[in-house]
Design a protein around this ligand. Structure first.
Ligand code: CA
Length: 232
């Protein structure tokens, strides 16, 4: 993987000093940082700048963080890390239910924050990068890693990020069977606080197959175990 430009991080937080501190710290690590002081601006930025990770404060002016989260989750599939106050346990639980990937309780150490960010980006990187190849073809499926799109018989098919990630992992496994647990771990990070189980993998595979249309049988089920891609 080339790491000339580091990932883009969007901070949505209304505490100016905290933003300045986080920004300074992340820029030292060569991340590209943008920030917004309210959720509306944050939403616009998230749509236009396509960040790789979002740090989201729950208590925000105007639209609150949780409302933002709901909207954002339906559109973008990047890791969202909540910044929460110690007392707001309900918000944290609700936040995870609404699709946040993780939370960190204020006050947190910058070292801890960086470690979490790096961890989430590493997992997300499985979905977006990790391969030096620009594209690969299997049967009538062509995956363009750079443009993040697939062609089935020359026709562009839109895949959600996690569907793309599953297909990419299976193709990179080159015919090897990946268990549902492996896929869960590699793509969702298997956080025990979040209620995701192997059925989630099956549901994504089902959607992926539908989108592969005539090539749907490329993805083979290995009963009671996992999945593989038929390479030939
Ligand atoms: Ca706040």
């Amino acid at each position: 993987m080339t790491t000339a430009t580091k990932e883009k991080i969007l901070i949505i937080e209304d505490e100016k000093d905290l933003v300045r501190l986080i920004r300074h710290n992340l820029e030292k690590e060569k991340y590209h940082v943008t920030s917004a002081r309210d959720a509306e601006t944050g939403l616009k930025l998230a749509r236009s700048s396509k960040p790789d990770l979002i740090l989201l404060d729950i208590m925000l002016p105007k639209m609150d963080g949780l409302e933002f989260l709901k909207t954002m989750r339906s559109e973008v599939d990047v890791p969202i890390l909540l910044l929460t106050a110690k007392r707001s346990e309900m918000d944290r639980i609700l936040g995870l239910k609404l699709g946040a990937d993780d939370y960190i309780v204020k006050p947190f150490s910058l070292g801890e924050l960086q470690a979490r960010i790096a961890g989430h980006l590493r997992r997300a990187g499985i979905q977006t990068g990790g391969s030096d190849k620009k594209s690969v073809s299997v049967g009538d499926i062509n995956i363009d890693f750079e443009r993040h799109e697939i062609l089935v018989k020359g026709q562009v098919t839109y895949l959600a990020p996690k569907e793309f990630a599953i297909l990419k992992l299976l193709i990179e496994a080159n015919g090897k069977v990946l268990s549902r647990e492996q896929l869960l771990q590699l793509i969702w990070g298997h956080d025990k606080d979040i209620e995701i189980d192997t059925r989630t993998v099956d549901q994504h595979i089902a959607r992926l197959r539908r989108k592969l249309r005539s090539e749907s049988e490329r993805i083979r089920t290995v009963p009671n175990f996992g999945y593989q891609v038929a390479m030939k």
